[in-house]
Design a protein. Structure first.
Length: 187
């Protein structure tokens, strides 16, 4: 009798799991607060050293509005507004504190923002926009835009200095940005 052989083929599939190269990012995102003339509301944006568009979400706790910005590495920045109210074509906001990751919250100097505007009934475009930003003992900014001349007049008074005034072409939006717990004016 011929010898019988039993052969078997076993297929072995190996899977290699791709490993992501992850930079050690311990730097929390920063915030940019401004008026959006298109949607006509206050917007909070995140900026970060590695994440292109950090996630921004908010919650209401009692009378406070809390915005949290999160980057891809899980770092967070929390902005607490003691007041954030929009009624019709007016917004009032009071920024109270900022917190990076799980570090203690940084109480900010009294920081008030106010925006008032009117729109063209036919086009919906901004006709006039008044922006006021006051950070106690740091700076006070007033900007007024008029569609008719298509220019924005900006007045800035820094603590202990004379008021400066400039007129710029087009609609200019004032931005309040954060940098390691310090509030900075941009436009």
């Amino acid at each position: 009798m011929p010898a019988s052989f039993f052969t078997s083929t076993i297929a072995v599939t190996t899977y290699s799991t791709p490993t992501a190269t992850r930079l050690s990012d311990e730097i929390p995102p920063e915030a940019k607060i401004s008026f959006d003339p298109v949607v006509q509301q206050l917007i909070i944006q995140g900026t970060d050293n590695t994440t292109v568009n950090p996630i921004v979400f908010y919650t209401q706790q009692n009378k406070e509005t809390i915005y949290q910005i999160k980057d891809e590495a899980g770092n967070t920045t929390k902005l607490v507004f003691s007041k954030l109210k929009q009624e019709g074509k007016e917004i009032k906001a009071e920024l109270k504190s900022i917190q990076y990751n799980n570090n203690p919250a940084i109480e900010l100097p009294e920081t008030d923002s106010k925006y008032e505007w009117s729109v063209d009934k036919n086009t919906g475009e901004i006709k006039e926009l008044e922006q006021k930003l006051d950070v106690k003992d740091m700076f006070e900014v007033k900007a007024k835009y008029g569609h008719e001349k298509n220019e924005t007049e900006i007045k800035i008074k820094k603590n202990g200095e004379e008021e400066t005034k400039q007129t710029l072409p087009r609609l200019v939006i004032i931005k309040l940005t954060t940098k390691s717990g310090v509030l900075i004016l941009e436009y």
